[in-house]
Design a protein around this ligand. Structure first.
Ligand code: HEM
Length: 156
């Protein structure tokens, strides 16, 4: 009797499913985030969200690395420092509508290309990245409401 005729249960897959963290590792996530902010810093299509960020991108770069390490299935380093993985408060000061969200996602797509991410990894991340960016969106409209011309000292 051949192997095919034998009705034994299927063998488990040789390689178990991997998390994005297992695929990229700490160094891969650092490379991804470095590429992400390089795109944000230089691509004219991301100029609007670049302008929301501080001149020095080093602090947010290191925060996004620690966030993504945990989010991608690695140790929860951002949670350990901040006590939460909720991104609402850190983004509350910024006007993030659909256009700003899509600029952020565009930077991430280009960063994944730059680091040579596999199609499998890109497919694995596409929907969850869209979902997390959508949770950061805090406005329905991309255009900020016009500011009251009678107010002299206006904030952001
Ligand atoms: C959707 C569009 C988004 C925009 C426009 C945006 C913009 C910003 C800005 C302006 C800051 C402050 C940076 C600074 O002070 O220099 C920030 C911080 C941060 N962003 Fe975003 N962000 C977006 C989405 C996301 C997403 C999807 C994630 C995670 C996957 C993320 C993770 C972070 C983290 C971890 C910080 C630092 C928070 C902290 O201070 O602990 N952001 N973001």
């Amino acid at each position: 009797m051949s192997e095919q005729d034998n009705h034994s249960p299927q063998e488990p897959p040789q390689t178990p499913p991997q998390t994005p963290y297992e695929i990229l590792g700490d160094q891969g996530i650092k490379d991804l985030v470095k590429a992400f902010y390089e795109v944000m810093d230089t691509d004219p299509e991301a100029a609007e969200i670049r302008a929301m960020h501080a001149e020095d991108l080093a602090p947010v770069r290191s925060k996004l690395v620690s966030y993504l390490v945990g989010w991608m299935g690695g140790p929860p380093v951002y949670l350990a420092v901040t006590g939460t993985v909720c991104l609402t408060d850190p983004h509350a000061a910024y006007h993030i509508g659909p256009r700003q969200r899509d600029q952020w996602l565009m930077c991430m797509d280009k960063a994944l290309e730059r680091i040579g991410a596999s199609e499998a990894l890109k497919n694995m991340l596409r929907i969850p990245m869209q979902q997390v960016a959508e949770t950061v969106r805090n406005q329905d409209e991309s255009e900020p409401a016009p500011k009251d011309p009678n107010i002299i000292a206006v904030g952001r």
